[in-house]
Design a binder for this molecule. Structure first.
Ligand SMILES: [Zn+2]
Length: 89
């Protein structure tokens, strides 16, 4: 019976020692600096997708139309009812 306790004590001692070693090694590792995430709305514009051709472009360059974004005027859907096809600027 005493042998089992001795064995247990040795095993626990080894585990403790391994944990201590691992702990010190981990402590010695240089901590990586926190990665700076791309700040949205701070200098960088959010990208939007053209509803016609699917190209991605900054929202500032896109043409918003009925909740959708388009990369150019020619990609805007033609309004039904408004007959004039001329490009109004
Ligand atoms: Zn487009």
């Amino acid at each position: 019976m005493a042998r089992i306790f001795l064995l247990l004590a040795i095993v626990l001692g080894i585990l403790w020692w391994l944990r201590d070693r691992a702990g010190t090694r981990h402590h010695a590792e240089p901590k990586s600096p926190p990665r700076r995430t791309a700040a949205e709305g701070e200098g960088t514009e959010p990208m939007v997708q053209c509803a016609h051709c699917g190209v991605h472009l900054p929202r500032g360059d896109a043409i918003a139309w009925h909740g959708l974004h388009y990369c150019r005027r020619s990609h805007l859907p033609e309004m039904p009812g408004e007959g004039d096809h001329g490009a109004r600027s």
